[in-house]
Ligand binder design. Structure first.
Ligand code: ZN
Length: 260
């Protein structure tokens, strides 16, 4: 499932390649992937216009359109955006295709059909309506401690709750907690200020480094827990056998020696 770093690297790619290209055609192949608007509304908002900005909040990407609308994109389990030239291969499971006037194409593909697109003219109001909290990369340490430290549940669940803090899913929550030396099912309100401060620092460092390296599709550092997921191998730091544990219904990987 794409998390903040994957969407951030997609944002950078869109900023470089998708802006200022006139949209000549809109082909919504799967109308259920559009929420809150009719297919005609989507065509009217996009056709003849171009993307003039791209921003990200948590796991949501917003493509600003020169018509004044913003196209909000939710990626679900495995949604992604592909850009390709005339005659280039369209990705499998494409749900929405935009034809650029220059001959290039933009496609939103989503195999599991858990993602969607939506139009909004006000990003802040949209985020409020979706109950999305502040972005994990821009939240300062003091606000992080207030929002996360007051939670009664497991710290991992607090990190993954998009209303508390936006952008983190199962994989990066484990990675951040591993680097911060905190076990995932420790109650959030148990953490003292130095622990919350350390966790905030690791959260932003991990998310930033992963985004810079292209996320799951790039090359994450060899010493990360990420590479040991699925095989319960040995801790990349101390060599202890890794454990798994269910936290909030999700399988969590941890090192019982490094994390307390
Ligand atoms: Zn360890």
């Amino acid at each position: 499932m794409p998390e903040l770093p994957e969407i951030e690297s997609l944002r950078r790619e869109q900023a470089e390649h998708a802006l200022n290209r006139r949209i000549a055609g809109v082909d919504l192949r799967d109308p259920e992937r559009l929420r809150g608007a009719r297919p005609d509304d989507l065509t009217a908002a996009l056709s003849g216009f171009h993307f003039d900005s791209v921003t990200r909040h948590g796991k949501i990407l917003f493509l600003g359109v020169s018509s004044g609308w913003k196209l909000a994109i939710h990626f679900g389990m495995n949604g992604h955006i592909a850009l390709y030239g005339e005659g280039g291969a369209e990705p499998e499971h494409t749900r929405l295709v935009l034809d650029f006037a220059d001959g290039g194409r933009w496609a939103f593909a989503d195999m599991r059909r858990l993602g969607w697109v939506e139009l909004t003219d006000d990003i802040a109001a949209y985020l409020r309506s979706q109950e999305v909290g502040p972005d994990a990369l821009t939240l300062d340490a003091g606000s992080f401690a207030k929002r996360v430290g007051g939670k009664r549940g497991a710290i991992k669940s607090a990190l993954m709750d998009q209303a508390t803090i936006a952008g983190i899913g199962n994989v990066y929550a484990d990675e951040i907690l591993f680097h911060a030396g905190i076990i995932p099912d420790r109650p959030a309100h148990d953490l003292d200020d130095p622990a919350l401060n350390r966790l905030h620092g690791e959260m932003q460092a991990i998310l930033r480094e992963a985004a810079d390296r292209g996320g799951f599709h790039g090359e994450l550092p060899a010493c990360w827990l990420y590479h040991r997921r699925g095989d319960t191998g040995h801790c990349p730091v101390c060599g202890h056998t890794l454990n798994t544990r269910q936290v909030g219904g999700r399988t969590s990987y941890l090192c019982p020696a490094c994390q307390t």
